[in-house]
Write a protein that binds this ligand. Structure first.
Ligand SMILES: [Zn+2]
Length: 460
């Protein structure tokens, strides 16, 4: 049996693994590469294999770096089924449509301004019709239940605690058990349950986004978050929060509720400027059965005390979004994309980055090559829509909210295996991080581990 690392090998995005048993060929994830020129080229040349030969796809979760090239797969001839959880299907519908929309818009913009943005693709990777096509192929699976996507393949999805509907996938094929961690959540985090332990595997692929570091604990994170908000409101600025619309946006709202409940923040005016964040919030509220107990209690409490809660407005149409540019102080604006490289967040940064009384609170992972990463790295000037803007706003990077397990969280999950997998491949981490985590796994767990190499095929 052969396994090919088509993406997320030595990098964090583009998650896609091809398994070929000789009789069956399937993918686990079909994610978009994100961040810079290289990503555009990789997306454009995807797939490197013939999609008509793929029998089915197993999808760990809805994030675009795991799902974003599914429409391209069907556009190029894939006709099989895509198996994933019900919550993921609902999120996918929203996210893939948004992805197609952003690409069409950016391609149009690049066509009008070729000299300003030379690396943007003139051709979108896919269009809405391709999204419709691939959404016809999805099949819902239930957590902790055996599924047979093919007579020779059995798989089971278990909760990964990363975003709503996210799964670790156990696969039995070709006489072996392969486990794909997908993205793993940090134990004891907001809203979601902890990742489900897995007991064994012949071959394990484990993510390593934060495999070389420890997150701040939640209490310190909340203190930083409160300080950043209070200081900015006090000096008369706005707070801009780039957020992944699925997961992070709901967590930030949850935090604002929690801190209001604790009387640490008061009278907040919050604008969620992303139609997709509204859709994702509605989907989240349809799946309370997936929440942890604290989140269930919190929701019940908030429903009783509506008048004490933060004033939250979901901004839908573009004119309303543009009107936010006129607000000079007192607003918390949550917008997307989470890495600041597309979408309405770019407009909010354009209007607030140069104002020293404002701040940007970054709470999510920022891939290399993205505007978000440059802000975290402390650039003094940023280019947005081809125009250079001085960065005078305070940039706060708050790490403790990560949707990904840190090194201790990853080791905790690995530590629950009853026996070591015969081989562990470290994926979904920037190459030095993956290398460091691989060494930790070898030294601390005494497991046989290597870092996956992009486009390499291994026999398993
Ligand atoms: Zn993810």
């Amino acid at each position: 049996m052969q396994l090919t690392f088509c993406g997320a090998a030595g990098e964090v995005t583009g998650s896609c693994f091809l398994v070929d048993t000789g009789n069956v060929r399937f993918l686990v994830d079909c994610g978009m590469f994100q961040g810079g020129r290289d990503a555009d080229l990789k997306n454009q040349s995807f797939p490197a294999f013939d999609p008509t030969t793929i029998d089915f796809v197993l999808l760990t979760h809805a994030h675009i770096d795991h799902s974003g090239l599914l429409p391209r797969l069907s556009m190029k001839g894939f006709k099989g089924s895509v198996y994933t959880t019900q919550a993921t299907i609902e999120l996918l519908d929203v996210m893939l449509r948004d992805s197609a929309h952003i690409q069409v818009k950016e391609a149009e913009w690049a066509e009008q301004h070729p000299h300003r943005h030379a690396h943007t693709l003139m051709q979108p990777l896919y269009q809405l019709a391709d999204v419709d096509d691939v959404l016809q192929l999805v099949q819902a699976v239930t957590y902790n239940t055996d599924v047979h996507p093919h007579p020779e393949v059995k798989c089971r999805f278990v909760d990964a605690g990363h975003i709503l509907g996210s799964a670790v996938i156990e696969v039995w094929a070709g006489g072996k058990k392969i486990v794909f961690s997908g993205d793993l959540g940090q134990p004891q985090r907001l809203i979601l349950r902890d990742p489900t332990p897995v007991q064994d595997a012949d071959v394990l692929l484990v993510e390593s986004t934060y495999g070389n570091r420890l997150h701040k604990n939640l209490d310190d994170t909340l203190d930083e978050f409160v300080t950043a908000i209070e200081k900015t409101l006090h000096r008369g600025g706005n707070i801009i929060m780039p957020a992944f619309t699925v997961g992070r946006a709901q967590e930030i709202l949850y935090l604002l509720f929690k801190l209001t409940r604790q009387r640490r923040l008061h009278n907040l005016k919050v604008y969620v400027d992303s139609p997709m964040a509204l859709a994702a919030t509605e989907i989240t509220l349809r799946h309370i059965e997936l929440f942890n107990q604290e989140a269930k209690d919190m929701l019940a409490w908030a429903q009783e005390r509506r008048k004490d809660m933060p004033d939250i407005r979901f901004v839908q149409d573009a004119n309303e979004s543009i009107a936010l540019n006129d607000i000079k102080h007192g607003a918390i604006i949550i917008s997307a994309s989470g890495m600041c490289d597309a979408g309405r967040i770019k407009h909010h940064l354009r209007h607030n980055l140069s104002r020293s009384e404002c701040s940007v609170i970054i709470t999510g992972f920022q891939a290399m090559g993205t505007l978000g990463r440059r802000l975290v790295d402390g650039v003094t000037r940023a280019t947005i829509f081809g125009r250079e803007i001085p960065v005078r706003a305070s940039i706060y990077t708050i790490g403790g909210l990560s949707a990904h397990a840190d090194q201790a969280g990853l080791l905790h999950w690995l530590g629950q295996f009853k026996q070591a997998p015969k081989h562990t491949y470290i994926v979904h981490g920037e190459s030095s991080t993956a290398q460091q985590f691989s060494e930790v796994v070898q030294e601390q767990l005494r497991w046989n581990a290597t870092v996956a190499v992009a486009n390499e095929t291994v026999s398993i």
